[in-house]
Design a protein around this ligand. Sequence first.
Ligand code: G3P
Ligand code: CA
Length: 240
Amino acid sequence: MEIYAHRGSSGTHPENTIAAFQEAARLPIQGVELDVHLSKDGELVVIHDEKINRTSKGKGFVKDMTLAELKAFDFGSWFSDDFKGQTIPTLREVLELFADTSHHLNIELKSDMFPYPGMVGKVVALVEEMEFDTRVVLSSFDHESIRAAKQVAPHLETAPLFKEVLVDPLDYMYNVPADALHLYFRTAFRPSIQEALKTGAIIRTYTVNKEKDAEALRDIGVSAIFTDFPEKMIPYAIKK
Ligand code: G3P
Ligand code: CA
């Protein structure tokens, strides 16, 4: 079972910051997950929420601020004073950080609350420019964005995200169309998912922070877990 650092190593470092990604880059894990929004001036920025309120001392929507305005805020000290001065990363900065590692990047398109016109095309263009084609999976709770990504770039791996139980998981995946499924981890224990896993389907699950849950998911053959504590999970990803 593979391990993806969720929002970087976000249990020990402020989520979606260069510090969290540097920690993930240091670890012998397979991947990193991150969230992407578009700024007012059309830049791809890495942050989970639509607003900057929770992870900075600022207020307001990402879509209403330019990159220069967003870069003025501190995105580290809400987590700990040790990380004071961390700024919002652009997607380009994160790809540059992983350019010389073997990590795969799961880029989550956060277009489920607002449509971000042009975001899919910008992500695809940057992935191609930086030659990450074989090292990315594009995911989203907005399955229209996943369909659009496959139309623009059929060679890139894609995965719809689900919070809820899926009745016919493989039918859904093929119809989007997409290459993998990203599920809330508790739903992976349903018979329909276990059947899909037996066919070799790629199924990754979020967010797994307890060792016993990681072991149980490993034992049913889940492809990967997203975890806030990737270093802690390394021993539990390997079958004993
Ligand atoms: O991509 C898996 C997971 O990150 C989805 O949920 O809310 O943490 O972005 P969320
Ligand atoms: Ca995410």
